[in-house]
Design a protein around this ligand. Structure first.
Ligand code: KG4
Ligand code: ZN
Length: 342
């Protein structure tokens, strides 16, 4: 499997990338629809699907031209089959399957969360199996034991809001534009440490499940009572961010105790958060473990991780038939290792 083109359209980013077996990533283009959705304060699924339709083919062409390649140089196609927004997924799936058919090459729908999980493998320094994965995005917050490709065991997850969702909702409360996570993090930089203290949900009892919706309510009450000036907004942002980071750090520590794994990988959009990266680095160092991050642009949605996840499975001989499907939900724990098929 020489060269895989990956297409990501699960939510509000159109991403196309090309992964070459010997050269690695040779092109990677991400177009974010955030301007389109910002005035609605969140992703509008129908607008997302329509914009993917407009952008995906021009971005495929741009990705090929960036790498100085033609369509005929591609040997496999990968696309995000799920989880994600059904309409948005269908655009990538239809385009990828059609291209694969026209080019007479194998095409494969990949699991978006598996793609996030493998994103650290795009970097020079890669973790060896087994490792612990903290997947923190807008739709998921999970701790996963990763024994090998496709050998995933869910250790814990958020029982309500995902960490990214809590970031986005709290940012909205503070009057910040969508997507709120990075904006809130920026505001928190000016916050006074210790002025407000938010709870660390579900850390007082054993287990690796998490809950973040209470933090959002706590933020709402604090905003109602205390938001008198701009400094208070920054102080609330900081207290909220610290609470999420500390909660995730406690759960990661506990998961490493439980598994005995010496490597932790962090991926998904919230993995771009600098406070989280710094904190987990300290937590890992204190116990002689190592933490691996993809660079921030590989944490948020992109085609590179889809191309890579597709590459591993296409190389093993997996490929979809002419029919294609999408899965709005697709639990990581149901994945199987790449299988060789005739
Ligand atoms: O992985 P991703 O791009 O899309 C999903 O698959 O959900 O994650 C997007 C989420 C959003 O909730 C966004 O606010 C959050 O990641 N995010 C951040 C940061 N960058 C992105 N949250 C906190 N700090 C950041 N720097
Ligand atoms: Zn994602």
């Amino acid at each position: 499997m020489k060269r895989v083109l990956g297409i990501e359209t699960s939510c509000d980013e159109t991403g196309v990338a090309i992964y070459d077996e010997t050269e690695g990533l040779v092109s990677n283009i991400v177009y974010s629809q955030s301007d389109l959705h910002s005035r609605y304060g969140g992703v509008v699924p129908e607008l997302a699907s329509r914009d993917h339709i407009r952008k995906v083919l021009p971005i495929v062409d741009a990705a090929l031209s960036d790498a100085n390649l033609r369509k005929g140089d591609i040997t496999g196609l990968a696309y995000t089959r799920g989880p994600g927004l059904m309409g948005a997924l269908l655009v990538g799936a239809a385009v990828a399957r059609s291209l694969a058919y026209a080019l007479r090459i194998p095409g494969l729908g990949v699991n978006h969360m598996e793609a996030h999980l493998l994103a650290p493998m795009l970097e020079g320094e890669r973790p060896d199996f087994p490792f612990l994965a903290l997947l923190v995005s807008g739709g998921h917050t999970m701790l996963v034991s990763v024994l090998g490709h496709g050998r995933y065991q869910l250790l814990g997850e958020s029982v309500d809001d995902a960490a990214g969702e809590a970031f986005d909702k709290t940012a909205k409360l503070l009057g910040l534009p969508y997507p709120g996570g990075p904006e809130l993090a920026k505001l928190a930089e000016r916050g006074t440490s210790g002025r407000f203290v938010f709870p660390r949900p579900m850390t007082g009892r054993p287990g690796l499940d998490m809950s973040f919706s209470g933090l959002k309510t706590f933020a709402l009450n604090t905003v109602k009572k205390q938001l008198r000036d701009e400094q208070a907004a920054a102080d609330i942002a900081l207290a909220f961010e610290v609470a999420i980071v500390e909660t995730l750090a406690i759960k990661c520590n506990r998961a490493m105790d439980q598994t005995g794994f010496k490597s932790l990988i962090v991926a998904g959009g919230v993995g771009a958060n600098l406070r989280l990266r710094e904190r987990l680095r300290t937590v890992a160092a204190a116990r002689g473990a190592e933490v691996f991050y993809p660079r921030p642009s590989y944490c948020t949605d992109n085609g590179a991780m889809v191309a890579l996840a597709g590459y591993y499975r296409l190389k093993a001989g997996e490929c979809d038939g002419l029919d294609f499907g999408t899965n709005a939900r697709w639990p990581l724990g149901t994945m199987l290792p790449p299988t060789v098929r005739d």
